[in-house]
Design a protein around this ligand. Sequence first.
Ligand code: 13P
Length: 252
Amino acid sequence: MRTPFVAGNWKMNLDGARAAALVESIRSAATKTTAVEVGVFPPYPYLADVVRRCEGSSVRVGAQNCHAQNSGAFTGEVAAPMVKDVGATHVILGHSERRQFCGEDDAQVRAKLAAALAHGLVPIVCIGETLAERQAQRTLDVIRRQLDGALAGFSAAQLAPLVIAYEPVWAIGTGMNATPAQAVEVHRFIRASCAERFGAAFAAALRIQYGGSVKPENAAELLSEDEIDGALVGGASLDPRSFLSIVQAATV
Ligand code: 13P
């Protein structure tokens, strides 16, 4: 059985005081459950403080991105060993907002994935189609291309810690979530593609989160699907009550 993983992507929100208050509320409540893994992904400046506040708890803490290189003249960037050095254990890679606003492509996601794995970070690789791609019935082609691009050349053993987040771009921040049936279709396709590449055991153990307008009102119907192994939550993760109610929905 795969343990569901519910993670809050705080994106470029909050300030130090609000980040501290949010993680304190999550930490005290989330530590009570072992049936669900819980994670938070604060902006870089708050990462070290959030890590410190989560010490001794089961809450995972990660960065929202990392650079492919270990160091060098890359002004404004943060390297995987730096993320590791402040005590974070996870990193989100290839989020659609980075693909859209920062021009990240599949090859860059692959290079970042190599860096994350080399430094022992658990990567959450985000993939998903735009509305135009879905309407043109190209969803599965896009997913295949993103998987091929990001995962090419790795072995199943190297990718053992991998988590994939299926985040349809049209569902992110729009209030319009994928239906359970739409998400399940794509999750099954991702799992089958990974079975082809990395074997049945790898695919059976792979956790695939759904992300895109997950909120307390739709979490139960999405997370009750066997194929959906948790959620990557944006807006609703900024409110502890909403986030914890989504965590709760993943326990049943
Ligand atoms: P929303 O939950 O705000 O739609 O964002 C989803 C997301 O992008 C998580 O990474």
